[in-house]
Design a binder for this molecule. Structure first.
Ligand SMILES: Cc1cc2nc3c(=O)[nH]c(=O)nc-3n(C[C@H](O)[C@H](O)[C@H](O)COP(=O)(O)OP(=O)(O)OC[C@H]3O[C@@H](n4cnc5c(N)ncnc54)[C@H](O)[C@@H]3O)c2cc1C
Length: 373
């Protein structure tokens, strides 16, 4: 008998949502996390937006799990007292030249099953948000914001209530399989230990590639490499005159310097994008040039941004599985159909909209494990 039925590596929002789904089905679940707190990497360094699913290619996992996950998340928040607000977002074309791109996104959203977008001309936008300048916009009423820490605490509570366990300060350093069971080596401080399990889920975020490479696979399968892409946020030290989130037109797969609000009303702008070889959470002011770039981007839609209102806030790192300039990759949720290892699910490239999609990802992974013998 293995020590545990299912081990999940990584206590970010994705690992926790998967653990919650499996524990709710009656599985004996153990979550292993290398840090001293849950959700201390990407899950606590993001925009906290519940995305509607406008941008992702129709039929992709990102589109499917975002659209499905958004409604699951709103329901979960309401039932579990997690702070959130369906505040809506304005996607704006700041010039006439951007309107064709705006319409293309609206058409894509319709193909993803989003039927609530509302087209607004410049005057209608000014009625809603008097300080916002644009040539045209779409209002997305189902976009919202969420307290991501509150969400992870609620998931933690569900896992515990269903008999699951989360062990912190424990890094997974080795994985072997004899096709029946997995043998996992862990390190907690100086202490090395081992445990066995029947099912294994790797939800390691930026560490997913290193985890996946601990196992051997047959010919034809390669663990996706991770390419970190850093994003900086500036916070605004004044109350912004907007009720809704504001997104400019995306540039490739980057959503542009957007305005997000958190559930307490605090405004942040970002994230920008910087492809790197390492994971570095230090805020790099770039000798003042970063602030100047942000102010320029923001004044395209908010000309009234006061001088000196922005100050450095936080940094997040996207776990991308494609290089700069390549087409954006879908979520890489790999079951035995891809890698050939029974009862293993490994998740790669879980960037945005991973927070929005987490509950749908939990359901998806539990279906993959059901059919993975
Ligand atoms: C800048 C930015 C903005 C974003 N904005 C949004 C947004 O507004 N809306 C949205 O829906 N999504 C957004 N996302 C995406 C969202 O934040 C992620 O998809 C989600 O947080 C990923 O969760 P995760 O659990 O996969 O990863 P993580 O939160 O990184 O968790 C992975 C965990 O695995 C642990 N781990 C790794 N290796 C090991 C090991 N060997 N042993 C033990 N533990 C290990 C790590 O310590 C970590 O805690 C954004 C992402 C970024 C970077």
């Amino acid at each position: 008998m293995p020590d545990f039925e299912t081990v999940i590596v990584g206590a970010g929002v994705v690992g926790l949502a998967i653990a919650r789904a499996l524990a709710a089905q009656g599985q004996q679940v153990l979550v292993l996390e290398r840090h001293s707190r849950i959700g201390s990497e990407t899950s606590s360094r993001n925009s906290e937006v519940i995305h509607a699913g406008l941008y992702y290619p129709p039929g992709s996992l990102r589109a499917q799990l975002c659209v499905e996950g958004k409604e699951m998340l709103y329901r979960f928040c309401a039932e579990n007292g997690v702070s959130h607000r369906r505040c809506g977002k304005l996607l704006v074309a700041t010039t006439e030249a951007e309107i064709a791109g705006l319409e293309a996104i609206a058409a894509n959203a319709a193909r993803n099953g989003i039927a609530d977008l509302k087209r607004l001309d410049a005057g209608e936008v000014r009625e809603l948000e008097p300080e916002l300048r644009c040539a045209a916009a779409y209002l997305s009423p189902s976009t919202g914001i969420i307290d991501s820490h509150g969400l992870m605490q609620a998931l933690d509570g569900h896992i515990a209530n269903d008999g699951g366990e989360i062990v912190l300060n424990t890094a997974v350093t080795g994985i072997e399989t004899d096709q029946e069971h997995f043998r996992i080596t862990t390190q907690s401080g100086d202490e090395i230990a081992a445990l066995t399990c029947r099912n294994l889920v790797l939800a390691g975020g930026l560490g997913a590639t290193a985890l996946g490479r601990m196992l051997a696979y047959g010919p034809g399968y390669e663990v996706p490499p991770t390419y970190p892409a850093r994003g900086h946020y500036f916070a605004c030290n004044r109350r912004v005159p907007f009720q809704r989130l504001v997104y400019p037109m995306p540039v490739g797969a980057w959503l542009g310097v957007h305005l997000t609000l958190d559930v307490s009303g605090r405004a942040r702008f970002g994230p920008d994008i910087e492809w790197r070889d390492d994971v570095d959470y230090a805020f790099d002011c770039d000798d003042g040039r970063r602030l100047a770039r942000f102010e320029g981007e923001i004044r395209r839609y908010w000309p009234g941004l006061p001088q000196g209102a922005l100050h450095p806030d936080s940094v997040g790192v996207r776990p991308k599985i494609y290089r700069e300039g390549e087409p954006a990759a879908d979520f890489g949720i790999h079951g035995p159909g891809q890698h050939g290892v029974p009862r293993l699910v490994a998740l790669y490239g879980m960037e945005s909209p991973g927070l929005t999609s987490c509950l749908a990802i939990g359901a998806y992974v539990s279906r993959l494990l059901d059919f993975s013998d």
